[in-house]
Design a protein around this ligand. Structure first.
Ligand code: PMP
Ligand code: GLU
Length: 393
């Protein structure tokens, strides 16, 4: 019998991608589906970035590029991060990757051996588990509690018996799915614990530009040279500059690991699309205007969703998100009233109310649903009306 590799036996597609695809399929069949499932800005990529990529194609920038990306782009990303994230970056520490997802994938491939573990504060983004498993490793979830505002509380983890083969920890602030933004103090405590255990820190900062309530994102690598030397910073322009489809992100880490990540890139995808890199070069050099405008629109939507959820406090509860564009809604009362779990509820809501939401189980926390407000106010209004109908039935 023809067989697949063991590593692919239990491999599944991203559940978020699957729900989004299902919603799109229903739409094609003529149903008026509103998807609050996938987390991607609903705005188009800024015109300056589009023009830069189009011009690059016309100018013949359509050939292979260096594996870690054009040096001009790595320099521009290094300057951008040095300026905005409060830590010094050299171009030799930057590798341009196929989105933040592939940045995480290559970093984990370069750091984790089969049988080794990676700590993941949970609830956590859906792909961390699969990415670690594809390297032959496994994840150990560390609880993030609603009563702590889903922020890390190292005291809760100190008593946990952890094996000696833990290689690293994946951090994500601003957080998907909870919207929590970790403070400098949270990070200092967490990082000193991680360093005392000799761990690599993989810091997924893809939502770094999307924060509210005057909170400012703190980069883990800005906590000092020792921390920077043990950190892989993962980020990109997918969320901040509405470039999800461009597949462009980066890793920033110390030179030896950066070289391995570059070699891995060279042997797998060669490099990121040449003209997409030229679009990103413009993004790296742009001012904040576009991002600020988008964030203030997200903020208005955030307030609107909160005002609707507040009316249903007998059924649902939430912790106000301070970053990204998600609510992680605690539906435990509603679920027990309806006698279903979060997966079944999301299935029902898509099939009957035609709204797409992602079950908390996908993020390792049953009893919740994730709602993305990266969609128009009108869509939010209509989707929440439909959710209200569901609550009434
Ligand atoms: N990390 C997190 C937490 C995400 O939510 C996502 C998806 N938006 C990614 C990484 C991957 O981002 P990209 O689209 O740049 O690959
Ligand atoms: N990261 C986005 C989300 O969390 C898109 C899904 C994915 O990349 O798998 O919705």
């Amino acid at each position: 019998m023809l067989r697949f590799s063991q590593r692919c036996e239990s491999l599944k597609s991203s559940s978020i991608m699957e729900i989004s695809a299902k919603a799109a399929e229903l739409k094609l069949q003529g149903f008026d589906v509103i998807s609050l499932a996938a987390g991607e800005p609903d705005f188009n990529t800024p015109i300056e970035i589009q023009n830069a990529a189009t011009k690059a194609m016309a100018d013949g920038i359509t050939k292979y590029t260096p594996a870690p990306g054009f040096l001009t782009l790595r320099q521009a990303v290094a300057d951008h991060v040095t300026r905005e994230n409060d830590f010094p970056v050299e171009p030799s520490e930057v590798v341009i990757t196929c989105g933040a997802k592939h940045a995480l994938y290559t970093a984990i491939q370069c750091l984790v051996n089969p049988g080794e573990a990676v700590l993941v504060p949970t609830p956590a983004w859906v792909s961390y588990g699969a990415i670690v498993e594809l390297a032959g490793g496994y994840i150990i979830p560390l609880p993030l509690l609603e009563e702590d505002g889903f922020r890390p509380n190292v005291e809760r983890w100190k008593g946990m018996a952890l094996p000696s083969n833990v290689r690293g920890i994946i951090l994500n602030s601003p957080n998907n799915p909870t919207g929590a933004v970790y403070s400098r103090d949270d990070l200092m405590k967490l990082v000193s614990w991680a360093l005392s255990r000799d761990l690599w820190i993989i810091s997924d900062e893809i939502y770094e530009k999307i924060t509210y309530d005057q909170l400012r994102h703190v980069s883990v690598a800005s906590l000092g040279p020792e921390v920077k030397g043990r950190t892989v910073t993962v980020s990109g322009f997918s969320k901040s500059h509405c470039m999800t489809g461009w597949r462009l992100g980066w890793t920033i880490t110390e030179k030896d690991l950066a070289q391995k990540i570059s070699a891995f890139t060279s042997q797998s995808i060669s490099h990121v699309t040449s003209f997409a890199q030229m679009g990103a070069l413009t993004a790296a050099r742009m001012g904040h205007g576009v991002v600020d405008k988008m964030v203030s629109e997200f903020d208005a939507r955030r307030q609107y969703v909160a005002s609707r959820l507040d009316k249903w406090s007998g059924d649902v509860a939430y912790t106000m998100p301070h970053g990204a564009f998600y609510f992680f809604v605690n539906c435990s009362k509603l679920l027990s009233r309806k006698g279903v779990n979060d997966v079944q509820m999301c299935r029902d809501l898509l099939a009957n109310q035609h709204i797409g939401l992602v079950p908390g189980a996908s993020f390792g926390s049953s009893g919740y649903v994730r709602l993305s407000y990266a969609t128009s106010m009108e869509n939010l209004h209509r989707a929440l009306d439909r959710f209200e109908d569901y609550l009434r039935t």
